[in-house]
Design a protein around this ligand. Structure first.
Ligand code: HEC
Length: 334
């Protein structure tokens, strides 16, 4: 998190009802870091503390009283903070879990019987076999990065969330989307170009999450509907009808012992969390963002990182690769 010497006023787009309309950043200690990456901070001393592009009348009127240049200055800082947080999140990597060690041993022919227990291996077999989890949870993370309706019940007291059905339309009109003036990847927005909207199948479809370190981050699902992994697995086993739209799950009819084995397997996906030592390129469309020298440095560092994290042997049979990182494709930020 960043920013500035004086009080700074930032637009907040994440939901007007529950989140303050204007975040005031008093982060003197981050001004230097901000300016190193993005260039000089604008002078926003004249920007009223209460202004914001929100429905609150007073805030909206203070916001519309600003000059175009002031609004652009505030928005630019807001966008840059978002990019800094996203860049930081991309550095978060998962180190080798017990499961990675097991796959490593299997794919190099050095099977070590002590890495996973019999129950965990039985759970893995169910995961890639009868329980059909790899239909959606595949690859190193493991997720297909697609959207599916899995019949998850709504959370009491919360309005029904239609997931991708409303999300796909919202992202198309979002002023900060991949095609916006603030984007660094405007030339590569295929996700928005080919995005499907308005289809019944999108109703209550949510993005398939990674299962790396899943045992460490209860509660589960988009609104924390399930408190434990056992509850998640019970849901998959029963495959109830979706509250709206159509669930893609089928009943699994697994026995209690098999559900416990699946859970034991999910727990083998936990590994240490670390920050990749990676120099990230700064925003490309930001005028004062970086010197030619640092551009070269970043390019070299990225190439080094890509070489070092090139995925080693994958087991087609298991549907996984040996080592995985949390890094996701740039399209995730569409
Ligand atoms: C049809 C696609 C699909 C299949 C098959 C599927 N999942 Fe999922 N999984 C999802 C989606 C989508 C979510 C997120 C749902 C939400 O956020 O409401 C999810 C969420 C989860 C979560 C919660 C993760 C979190 O961080 O909240 C776990 C655990 C999980 N799945 C395990 C499994 C297991 C084990 C199986 C096999 C028994 C399985 N999944 C089969 C699509 C699928």
């Amino acid at each position: 998190m960043l920013v500035r010497r004086n009080d700074l006023f930032i637009r907040h787009e994440c939901g007007e009802a529950t989140i303050p309309q204007i975040a005031v950043w008093r982060a003197d200690s981050y001004a230097r870091e901000y300016e190193q990456i993005f260039g000089a901070l604008p002078d926003l001393l004249q920007v009223p503390r209460s202004g914001g592009p929100v429905t609150d009348r007073e805030a909206a009127s203070a916001w519309s009283g600003l000059t175009d240049a002031q609004r652009e200055d505030v928005t630019r800082v807001f966008v840059n903070i978002g990019k800094a947080i996203a860049a930081y999140e991309r550095r978060i990597e998962f180190g080798a879990s017990r499961f990675d060690k097991y796959v490593n041993a299997v794919t190099t022919g050095q099977s070590d019987p002590n890495i996973l227990t019999d129950n965990e291996i039985a759970g893995l077999r169910l995961f890639i076999g009868r329980a059909n989890c790899t239909q959606c949870h595949s690859g190193p993370l493991p997720t297909s990065n697609e959207f599916h309706n899995t019949g998850v019940p709504p959370r009491p007291q919360l309005a029904i969330d239609h997931g991708r059905l409303t999300g796909a339309t919202a992202v198309l009109s979002d002023e900060f989307n991949c095609r916006s003036q603030w984007s660094d990847t405007r030339a590569r927005c295929s996700e928005l170009e080919f995005i499907v909207t308005g289809e019944h199948t999108l109703d209550r479809a949510h993005k398939v999450p990674s299962l790396r370190n899943v045992a460490e981050r209860a509660p589960y699902m988009d609104a924390g509907q399930f408190a434990t992994l056992a509850e998640v697995l019970d849901h998959y086993n029963r495959a109830p009808a979706a509250p709206t739209g159509h669930s893609e799950l089928r009943r699994l009819r697994l026995k209690p012992v098999e559900l416990r084995q699946l859970e034991a397997f999910l727990r083998t996906l936990s590994g240490p969390v670390a920050l990749a030592n990676l120099l990230l390129p700064a925003a490309r469309n930001d005028r004062d963002c970086r010197s030619r020298r640092s551009r070269h440095r970043n390019r070299r560092a990225r190439a080094r990182h890509q070489r070092s994290s090139a995925r080693p042997a994958c087991s087609r049979r298991l549907g996984f690769c040996r080592r995985a990182s949390s890094a996701t494709s740039s399209e995730d930020f569409a």
